[in-house]
Structure formats: C-alpha cells, structure tokens
Design a protein around this ligand. Structure first.
Ligand code: GLA
Length: 381
C-alpha cells in the first residue's frame, strides 16, 4: 500500500490508542500503538471505471480521524474516543472499496445531482421537461442510477495549513438526465475542536437543479448492535413536509406540534416512532430564517457520552432512521447492519423542490456560484 504525507502540519506527537472490538467499523481487536500527525495521508484503495481510488485519512491534533475516499466523496469512518476513552467509529462504512461497489444505501457518500426524491423522475425548467431514471418505485432518488455517490472524484489536499481535502467532479450535460455541465466541489475539514466541516460549491453552464448533501449514517455508540432509537434528538424545526406513500412531499408545510415529528424539545427517537408509518424519513423545515450557518440539531447518546451537533446553511434536514436497513450489509467486524442500526441527518433543500414552486428554489443558473456549508461537531462527556 502506497502512503504519502500530503500535508504535515507542525503538531506531531504519539498517541496510544487502545482499540476496542465494539466499534461500528475500522477497528482492530488488539491493543495497538499508533503514531498520529495532524494532517492528511493518502493510501491507494483500488480501481474502478479505469480510475484510481484513494483513501485519505484526516487526523486532527487530538488524534481524531476521519477517512474519506474519492469514490463517491465518501466518509468511510470517523473514529473518536467515547467517555471511557475507547475509540470507535460513529459512522457506517467499510474498510475496502469492494464494500462500496456492492452498492450499500449511500453509506457516507455525497449524493447528487439531486439528493432525495423527484416525483416520477420528471421536472421542468421554463418549458423544457427533463426525464430522469426512476430508481425508487415511481420516483428518482439521490441522483439516479449512477449518481455522485458512485463516481470517482478528483481529490487534492488543501493548499493551506488546515487538515482538509477537496474533491471535485464534473457532471456532464445530460448525465442521469440532468441539464448542464455541472462543476461540483466538496471540501472536508476536520478541526481540532472535532468539527467536520463540509463545504459544497458548484457552477453550471446551463440552468439545472441541484441538491447536494452527505449521506452519513450515525450511531454515536460506535456499535451497530445498539439501536439509535435510544439516542436523544433535538431538531430546531417547528414544521416538516408531510409525504405521500412514495415519500414525495404533498406540498404542505405542516406544524410538528402535537405530532411524533415534534423534536423541538429533545426526546428519545424511539419514543413515538411507532406512530410514524415506516419510521422517520422526513424533511424538517428548519426554523432558521436565512442562509447563515446555524445550529439545527443536537443528538446525544448516554452509552458513549457522545453528542453530535449539526450546523448548516441549508433550509432543511432529512431525518432518516435507517428504516430500510435490513441486515444485508455488515460492518467490517462482521456485525449485521439491521433496521435502526444508524440514522441520517442530511442537510438539504426540500425533496421534490423542482416540482413544488412554493419550496425554496433548487435552480442553479449559469453565472451563479452555489455554496453551502454543514458542520457536524462531536463532543464527549
Ligand atoms: C434517504 C431517503 C430514504 C432512503 C435512504 C437510502 O434518506 O429519504 O428514503 O432512500 O436515503 O436508503
């Protein structure tokens, strides 16, 4: 395996990781001594589509590590210590490319060009109708048959001294039915405060629609045998977008008050999930009134003592409780990933916005520069 240090920033020290065997992924079962350096390292990770795939490890000054592949711009692990100082990964992922080539449901990937659903795979810009593949019942989901999650991105380490990498991809005019050559870039930065910052930027040469997000599945305990239904969640949203039976928004913006969708005060995810047909898989309309970076979510787990805060510039978040996880995929340490083993908090524009004129627009025009930021901040007590 080829390893090369891309950015070695000054802080260099040794950390002793006592690894454990109850992790979501990527942990060994023996005690090992690991020398860490804040910065980014690159490892060869195989080939697909005639392109080289790499795994980048971003390490911060606290020894927390996030691994990212240029296949799908995917976060494959995020290893941090729990309250007992045991490291484990809080996201679902695999330790080899083959895991991703088996098409897991978007584990850690960037989804686009349009994340979530477009009804019947059809939308119009002005008078032109565009047709997408219907890959989710009657609808188009997460960018199509070969969306951003299944593409090999170009990757470059950050040019400044931050522990970050930038991935870019050119989605050609007509790819998966979308109009316009879209240049999209995603930059991941891991700060010394254990914040994983994700910045998206994009531009197009023809009017198109865009809804790009990251599809990480979290289990803060680091062990998929613990259900996320015991996590406690707060979402700063007084409203959500109800859906039809195919998970397309009805167009209504509905109050969460007095419904199982009320997470304005923190509560256990499992408390009222039984009253939500199929489990939570809904877009929450965030209370934030502008596109500034604001805190929208707090997720807590008492087993590990971990808290995850989410900040975003986006107007919505898809809260998905891993309803379709069915044991088909396993963690690298052999545990089956069952329903509710992990959950997603996908910051986004609302599903099916191209067909809902009342929703915030997802149109991107030539000459416009798209920019959005989401920060996942991890802490432990
Ligand atoms: C999103 C969708 C879900 C499901 C998952 C992937 O979160 O909203 O309905 O498709 O992706 O399985």
């Amino acid at each position: 395996m080829k390893k090369s240090t891309l950015s070695g920033i000054a802080i260099s020290f040794a950390i002793f990781f006592t690894s454990c065997n109850n992790s979501t992924n990527n942990q060994t079962t023996t005690t090992e001594k690991m020398e860490t350096k804040a910065g980014v390292t690159k490892t060869a990770w195989g080939n697909t589509d005639g392109k080289e795939v790499f795994l980048y490890t971003i390490t911060n000054a606290k020894g927390v590590q996030v691994k990212i592949s240029n296949y799908g711009a995917t976060i494959t692990s995020w290893v941090s210590p729990d309250k007992n100082n045991k490291p484990s990964s809080i996201v679902l992922g695999f330790d080899s490319l083959s895991g991703y080539l088996a098409k897991p449901p978007y584990f850690g990937a960037v989804v686009g060009r349009y994340g979530n659903r477009i009804a019947k795979g059809k939308f119009k810009i002005d008078k032109t109708e565009y047709t997408l593949a219907t890959n989710n019942g009657p609808n188009a989901l997460h960018g199509g048959l070969k969306g951003f999650d299944k593409q090999v991105w170009d990757a470059t380490p950050a040019s400044d001294s931050t522990a970050s990498i930038e991935l870019s991809y050119l989605s050609k005019d007509g790819e998966e039915g979308y109009p316009g050559n879209l240049k999209v870039a995603v930059r991941y930065t891991l700060t010394d405060d254990n914040e994983l910052k994700i910045e998206y930027s994009a531009s197009t040469d023809k009017a198109t629609v865009l809804n790009v997000t990251n599809h990480s599945y979290f289990n803060l305990t680091g062990d998929v045998n613990n259900s996320i239904l015991d996590h406690t969640l707060m979402i700063d949203a007084d409203n959500y977008t109800p859906v039809d039976t195919t998970l397309i928004p009805t167009g209504e913006i509905k109050s969460v008050k007095g419904t199982p969708f009320d997470f304005t005060k923190a509560k256990k995810i499992g408390l009222e999930i039984g009253a939500v047909s199929g489990g939570y898989d809904h877009n929450f309309v965030l209370n934030k009134k502008d596109s500034s970076l604001s805190k929208i979510v707090e997720l807590k787990d008492s087993i590990s003592g971990r808290t995850l805060e989410v900040y975003t510039t986006q107007p919505g978040v898809q809260f998905y409780t891993g309803n379709f996880l069915d044991g088909k995929f396993s963690t690298p340490d052999g545990k089956k990933i069952n329903q509710h083993a992990a959950m997603c908090l996908e910051t986004q524009h609302f599903p099916d916005s191209p067909n809902e004129p009342k929703f915030p627009t997802t149109l991107l025009l030539p000459g416009q520069q798209f920019h959005s930021v989401t920060v996942y901040k991890l802490s432990v007590k």
